[in-house]
Design a protein around this ligand. Structure first.
Ligand code: ADP
Length: 479
């Protein structure tokens, strides 16, 4: 059994989670510890005990550790990418890219540990000086989803440690392999015991314990809207700091003046790659009338050429859906959209086996046309390779449709018009806006996050991460 890491020791848990390969459900990747509330409390106690010393560790100590962790991740990117593709189902190139991103994130925050920001100002009173400094917040509870099994943990754990916090990390149950591998690297990095703890287990036990424990100063969460609201309610009730990244229904606008090849690439990349299982995936493509039919024909042609197969096989474009319940949800939405009168232009059916007869959670990507704003398929996040096309008269209507959603994570536009691109960047109600680029696929050194119902609290990643992982102190001195 792959064990949990608590206070620098690998410990068995009361239960076991079986990690299954979605590309071949006969393939058991391993058995992983499944903690309960009591074991979670042990981890919280260890983190709390480690905090006073770690919060005063030197920037050099933190740099050395985070830099070494980043180096090991990067050196092992192929092996860790293979594990990630095997447990999550994204293709091998995507998985290796994700691992490299995680390595780079650790390198970035190693540098940030050396650059703590601060200000020195004269007071408005004579002879008084004012210093504004940042201090760590304490023990941070980190709760992550299954769709980026190493990058999301990295972009929460690295800044937490860089700014002097201790961590209790609870990964998603579907992808314990990547989480364990990351914890293994951290356990050998020179971190004092208790600074970083891994507690694999169910959200209802491990997650819920983190939310309610007064020793956890801050919770950073990425996952569903429903769980995010629970995190918020629990944290507000005990005045803990929190940060949420949740769902999206991201739009991609295609204007008449777009380069057709660019537009098709943006839509297909954003909507279908990583099997549509990205928070930044665009699931609504809003197309103006003059290019609509040509665009749809080109997307369907492209979809026909995509190979749905084992995530780790060379040449696979789309891997399987992550598990049976996500596949069932995708298929349910295909039926809902049909029932609402949308036209299924391509795909949408489950494939029980790949070409080699491996049983897995495969599905052909689904494209719907003739959809309208009021349909559920355009209002609710599917989180699969299911994309709907909406027709718009002109840019103004397209912009209105793009913003007509309770979410606001990412939004894209394909256009050769500087005027429309500039207007869209300012008037899109999303936290991240892409021009002639897919909505998914972002840099690791700049802020990530959304508006409206997609996110809550400070941005993640880049220098903006300091806002969540530190608390500001203002000190006055009379010399
Ligand atoms: P997803 O659809 O990505 O699985 P979830 O919100 O269910 O979205 O899961 C995201 C993370 O939240 C997972 O690590 C999950 O175990 C955890 N989680 C689920 N339920 C709870 C809960 N009640 N309290 C805290 N964490 C939870």
């Amino acid at each position: 059994m792959f064990k949990n890491l608590i206070n620098g020791e690998w410990v068995e848990a009361p239960g076991v989670t079986r990690n299954i390969n979605p590309s071949d459900t006969r393939d058991l990747i391993g058995e992983y510890a499944k903690a309960d509330a009591a074991q979670t409390q042990d981890a919280i106690a260890a983190a709390q005990a480690a905090f006073p010393a770690w919060s005063l560790s030197t920037p050099q100590q933190r740099f050395d550790i985070l830099d070494a962790v980043g180096s090991e991740i990067l050196a092992r990117r192929n092996e860790l990418g293979d594990l990630l593709a095997r447990e999550e189902g994204k293709t091998l190139p995507e998985a290796i890219g994700e691992v490299a991103r995680a390595g780079n994130i650790f390198k970035f925050f190693a540098g940030e540990a050396l650059r703590p920001g601060g200000e020195v100002l004269p007071s408005v009173r004579p002879g008084v000086g004012v210093e504004i400094t940042r201090e760590p917040v304490g023990v941070v509870g980190i709760i992550t989803p299954w769709n980026f099994p190493i990058a999301i943990p990295a972009w929460k754990i690295a800044p937490a440690l860089a700014y002097g916090n201790c961590v209790v990390f609870k990964p998603a149950e579907l992808v314990p392999g990547s989480a364990w591998a990351l914890a293994d690297i951290l356990s050998r990095s020179g971190l004092p015991k208790g600074v970083f703890n891994l507690v694999m287990g169910p959200g209802s036990q491990v997650g819920a314990t983190l939310l309610d424990d007064a020793r956890i100063a801050a919770i950073t969460f990425t996952g569903s809207v429903g769980t995010g609201k629970r995190v918020a309610a629990a944290c507000v009730a005990r005045m803990a700091k929190f940060q949420l990244e949740m769902g999206g229904k991201n739009p991609m606008i295609v204007l008449d003046d777009a380069d057709l090849g660019v537009a098709v690439n943006c839509a297909v990349q954003s909507g279908f790659f990583s099997t549509g299982q990205r928070c930044t995936a665009s699931s609504r493509v809003i197309v103006t009338e003059g290019i609509h039919d040509r665009f749809v024909a080109a997307v369907v042609e492209k979809l026909r050429s995509l190979k749905v197969d084992d995530a780790r096989k060379a040449g696979t474009d789309l891997g399987p859906v992550v598990d049976a319940s996500q596949l069932a949800q995708n298929l349910k939405y295909v039926e809902i959209a049909r029932g609402e009168g949308a036209t299924l232009a391509y795909g949408g059916d489950a494939l029980e086996h790949n070409a080699d007869g491996q049983p897995g959670f495969y599905m052909r990507p689904a494209l719907f046309t003739d959809t309208t704003a009021g349909m559920r398929i355009n209002g609710e996040e599917v989180f699969g390779p299911v994309v709907s096309v909406l027709r718009a008269k002109n840019y103004d209507e397209a912009l209105h449709l793009a913003n007509d959603t309770p979410f606001g994570l990412a939004a894209g536009i394909a256009t050769t018009s500087l005027k429309h691109a500039t207007h869209f960047k300012r008037h899109s109600q999303a936290g991240m806006v892409m021009v002639n680029l897919p909505t998914a696929g972002v840099d690791y050194h700049v802020p990530f996050g959304g508006r409206k119902g997609s996110s809550y609290g400070p941005r993640e990643q880049g220098r903006y991460a300091a806002e969540f992982y530190t608390t500001v102190k203002t000190a006055y001195t009379q010399a």
